[in-house]
Design a protein around this ligand. Structure first.
Ligand code: SAM
Length: 436
């Protein structure tokens, strides 16, 4: 495979491309590198390749012209003149690019030739991306001084997938990400170091057991560090899912409480009003609370007959006929309480936990003053009471009690009319996001 490297610092690559497996890959002709320095195509006597940005601001911006001429030497022209001939691909390293993943590396390893453009300074004049058929690739959510280190990551990830590049061809397919999971841990001599022994199973000679142990370690590690990978991993088997269910999980919702306020809320005229309690809301919110292991859910209403209704519903499912008929629903309702006011909910949580909960309101409108990540941080050490409203939203006196309002769920188009129980389910899932 041939890599063309368009870089202002060709010497940057000297060492990494000539050592270890990469050096051997070059010797064996599996990979080859052609470095092109755009400075060679600069036209003024200072050999300038950059200038200050239009509109002002810090840093310098790279000219397109020397890069276009560098690309011409490898047969790549602007799109309107034919772009990349078949079998070639043009990639620019950029923090704004598509994230480099193992899947992308596998796809790129099937190409015959890749041309990698390395930016420097503030990057390349933005018209480069309009004129050339270029894909952008990022190596992570951070900013490097230049594209060379990123290009090196891409080259290594791709080259080691090429036939004969690595000694054992299966090493590439057993690694982290290749099956969508992180890899199991490896050990070598000595069998014991500073009191730490190698897991016994690995010396048992029983390949079935070793394979099973490695699979479990792989699942453990992925669930612990990168649960989002696990959620997307393909090829999980029934046994994997069975095993994952046995792993004790941190109760993410341990510090989370929810209140559904029926008074004081606003009616459609913006006036303070009371809204009737609904069986559906109580059922669905209690089931969400139980499923996500939230510590409590409170329906708030000061109206006596509404409180009686709520208590009747709750007792029907927790101790009445419903509890025998459907014990799962009884478990969900064990999380539910009815309170006269939000202040009563606050005091109840404070009595139970010894800490005043942080109040965070929710709304379908506005910009919110806090985000999911910030509430997730609050949950680490404090009880948090997430307040949902009925009717046309929470009354100002409730909003005034809160420390923040959560940014609304972003809707796909102009329609913004979720039921409160749907909004609760979406919010809780995003907040406590756990792959399993
Ligand atoms: C200092 S950076 C420019 C950053 C740019 N001003 C921005 O904020 O997006 C210079 C060059 O380094 C490379 N670079 C920096 N961070 C990168 C990353 N995370 N992934 C890939 N390339 C990166 C790009 O080629 C970029 O043009």
């Amino acid at each position: 495979m041939k890599f063309n490297l368009v870089t202002l610092f060709p010497e940057f690559f000297d060492s990494p491309l000539s050592h270890g497996l990469m050096g051997k890959g070059v010797e064996k002709g599996i990979v080859s590198f052609n470095k092109v320095d755009p400075r060679e195509f600069a036209t003024d006597r200072h050999k300038s390749v950059d200038d200050r940005p239009y509109g002002g601001g810090p840093g310098m911006v790279m000219f397109i012209d020397p890069i276009a001429k560098a690309l011409d030497t490898v047969g790549i022209k602007p799109s309107r003149e034919g772009g990349c001939p078949k079998g070639k691909r043009l990639i620019m390293l950029s923090p704004k690019g598509k994230p480099l993943t193992q899947k992308m590396a596998v796809e790129l390893s099937k190409e015959e030739e890749l041309t990698l453009v390395c930016g420097r300074y503030e990057g390349i004049d933005a018209r480069f991306e309009d004129i050339f058929p270029v894909e952008t690739v990022s190596v992570g959510d951070f900013v490097l001084n230049g594209g060379e280190a990123g290009a090196m990551c891409l080259i290594e990830a791709v080259a080691r997938l090429l036939p004969d590049f690595m000694g054992h061809s299966e090493s590439g397919t057993e690694e982290s990400f290749s099956s969508g999971l992180l890899e199991y841990p490896h050990y070598t001599r000595p069998p014991e170091f500073d009191g730490y022994a190698v897991p016994e199973v690995l010396s048992s000679g029983n390949h079935g057991l070793i394979e099973e142990w490695r699979r479990k370690k792989s699942l453990d590690e992925t669930l612990d560090v990168r649960p989002e990978l696990l959620a997307e991993a393909e090829g999980l088997k029934k046994d994997d899912v069975r095993y994952l269910r046995t792993i004790p999980r941190k109760r993410l919702g341990k510090n989370l409480y929810m209140a559904l306020v029926h008074y004081p809320v606003l009616n459609k005229f913006g006036e303070k009003a009371a809204v009737s309690l609904t069986n559906l809301d109580i059922h669905d919110m209690s089931r969400v609370s139980r499923s996500y292991s939230i510590s409590g859910f409170f329906a708030v209403t000061p109206i006596e007959d509404q409180k009686k209704l709520a208590e009747r519903i709750i007792s029907h499912w927790t101790s009445g006929p419903g509890s025998k008929f459907n014990p799962d629903r009884a478990a969900a309702f064990s999380k539910v309480g009815v309170k006269d006011s939000l202040q009563d909910v606050v005091e109840h949580i404070e009595e139970g936990t010894g800490k005043k909960p942080i109040l965070v309101t929710t709304s379908a409108r506005g910009a919110g003053s806090t985000t999911m990540n910030k509430v997730r941080e609050m949950l680490q050490d404090n009880p948090v009471l997430l307040v949902f409203g009925t009717g046309h939203g929470l009354a100002p006196e409730i909003l005034d009690m809160a420390e923040g309002s959560l940014r609304p769920i972003r809707f796909m188009d102009g329609y913004n009319h979720l039921s409160v129980r749907s909004a609760v389910a979406i919010t809780v899932d995003r907040l406590l996001k756990d792959a399993w």
